[in-house]
Design a binder for this molecule. Structure first.
Ligand SMILES: C[S@@+](CC[C@H](N)C(=O)[O-])C[C@H]1O[C@@H](n2cnc3c(N)ncnc32)[C@H](O)[C@@H]1O
Length: 278
């Protein structure tokens, strides 16, 4: 069968399975099966699909019709232009989290702490962008930490990043210029409304702290002042409608310059705060 025919059949199959952007995903999975860059696919469409690539494409399509996320199937996701390994133990890095990177890079820092690091995308990106900086990345999940360590090695930041198992600040005695987190923030009652790709395939502990969705923010804001250098910054990614609550937690914890910042779509996406300089 020609690759073009296999692609057409795959799009119909993914559409029937309820996949939202079936043409995009089918092309990405075919590129994965052929071992080529996604933007090279058109060149290969007139060619026959050889048995090995056909088998890889079939396995990838079976996984996608079961609603496994594309990043888990192909094993990686681009974040801030760099490839991060993604597994079932890690959150698939989201484009909106790049707002956190932009905000972090807007001011200098020499040391950073990334709480709940997952693939390590936040800490590793920032260390790659600031070659003189060092950092600590924590997660409660040993499996996620192993992925973050591998990503740090692959992206040349392992010598400046300490990946450490910790329940938020429990195993972190140091102070930092910058603390960041994209913590689990979905309320328990909202979990049932998530797309199957998220609800059934991403780690529950990466999605929700249970309850009203704010417990991770409570823990992080409560410990922030004791772990920030004077004048140090806290940057938190937030979910829809959580800005006022998280800003309130920052203010109650004695942090100043508390701001709610929007993402590129104009939705509240970050809360930024600072430990007073004196
Ligand atoms: C929303 S994911 C974010 C992952 C990554 N930072 C990103 O932005 O793609 C939240 C992460 O927090 C971790 N986590 C959940 N509870 C935690 C806790 N009590 N202490 C530390 N990390 C925790 C999860 O394992 C998960 O990796």
């Amino acid at each position: 069968m020609r690759a073009a025919d296999a692609l057409r059949a795959a799009i119909a199959r993914l559409q029937a399975a309820g996949v939202e952007d079936a043409p995009r995903d089918a092309r990405r999975l075919m590129a994965h099966a052929l071992g080529i860059a996604p933007d090279r696919i058109t060149l290969h469409l007139p060619d026959p699909l050889l048995p090995e690539a056909d088998a890889r494409f079939e396995a990838a399509l079976a996984a996608r019709t079961a609603r496994q996320p594309v990043a888990q199937i192909v094993g990686e996701r681009l974040f801030w232009g760099r490839p991060f390994r993604v597994t079932r133990d890690t959150l698939d890095p989201r484009p909106e989290t790049e707002c956190l990177i932009e905000a972090a890079l807007a001011a200098p820092f020499a040391t950073l702490l990334d709480l709940g690091t997952g693939t390590g995308c936040i800490a590793i990106t920032l260390l790659a962008e600031r070659p003189a900086a060092r950092g600590v990345a924590t997660d409660l999940s040993p499996a996620a930490l192993a992925v973050a360590e591998g990503n740090a090695l692959a992206l040349g930041t392992a010598d400046r990043l300490d990946c450490r198992r910790s329940d938020w600040f429990a195993a972190v005695p140091e102070r930092f210029d910058l603390i960041l987190s994209n913590p689990p923030y979905i309320a328990a009652h909202e979990m049932a409304e998530l797309a199957p790709e998220v609800r059934e395939w991403e780690p529950r502990m990466a999605l929700t702290p249970e309850g009203d969705g704010l417990d991770a923010y409570r823990a992080i804001t409560a410990g922030a002042s004791a772990h920030l250098a004077p004048g140090g910054r806290l940057l938190l990614e937030i979910g829809a409608g959580q800005g006022a609550d998280v800003a309130g937690l920052c203010a109650s914890a004695g942090l100043t310059e508390v701001r709610i910042l929007p993402d590129l779509d104009g939705r509240d996406r970050l809360v930024a705060a600072r430990r007073p300089a004196v």
